[in-house]
Design a protein around this ligand. Sequence first.
Ligand code: PLP
Ligand code: COI
Length: 343
Amino acid sequence: MIEKSKTKKIDWENLEFSYIKTDYRFISRYRNGQWDEGQLTTDNQLHISEGSTALHYGQQCFEGMKAYRTADGSINLFRPYENAKRMQKSCERLLMPAFPEEAFVEAVKKVVRANEEWVPPYGTGASLYIRPYMIGVGDNIGVKAADEYIFSVFVMPVGSYFKGGLKPSNFIVSDYDRAAPKGTGAAKVGGNYAASLLPGKDAKTRSFSDAVYLDPATHTKIEEVGAANFFGITHDNEFVTPVSPSILPSITKYSLLWLAENHLNLKASEGDIKIDELDRFKEAGACGTAAVIVPIGGLQVGEDFHVFYSETEVGPVTQRLYNELVGIQFGDIEGPDGWIEKV
Ligand code: PLP
Ligand code: COI
């Protein structure tokens, strides 16, 4: 059990999802075809060449994961090897050198341990957000992959990503695309997020929580909900989530697919979510590491506003999925083998 004096004095219950400078980050450099051992540092500033490919051509990628304080004071990571693997896929797509899986998880553990006082106490609902990233650096100017890279991991305590936590939020379907059909939508690369800034701002200006993106080829199927995946619960109790090469393969989404089938005894599948067939669903939600699960109250589609379960109440299936997922993450419920990695 962590001693009270070893946790920072922070208003944990009212944390937002915003940057806080914590004590240590891990940094490793790739030069001459290999990664160095890396080290922890207190310096949160990078000094990089003006020719860094990450600055001009978006040669970079990142991950998002969390550390959770459990009731016995220990710290859980949720499926960290999945993040390590996904980062390797992002690297492959952008011609960056893979960071080895074991070294990735070890680096994450090192940073969490070094910042243990920043891990929110059990029962506050807050967690420690972990941001691994990789950038192409060095002296470059032509459009080609860099020879040098930086891999780093930093952390900060966070509360809910969408205001209100497990409260329904309203979203709006955007006219913009976040990624092309054979582009980089399935990779966690900054370019996809740059493309989402304007639609996200437009949505917020109109008092929606974020933009929902349709499939870029036909604009007839739901793909993503801002920086989260979509799921719906049909009237005959099937958990359905979109399948597409241009959405991010969400670790939360695959975990919910498994939990829906194995803990909630629902049918669960990936399939098309046609924008003109929203009546199939009695409940809908957004899911992701930062978002956790956010019930979608209403969805603005052109001139129409479609309400799923309710704009104010959480649907019962969404609530059960949330309880299972969060219960496993915080160590209250036993998850499948390999889902929890102790720090
Ligand atoms: N989709 C997008 C565009 C995201 O940024 C995220 C966040 O990581 C997700 C989905 C959810 O993925 P995960 O559950 O792995 O966090
Ligand atoms: C995450 O859920 O980890 C994300 O990456 C969302 C984020 C871009 C804030």
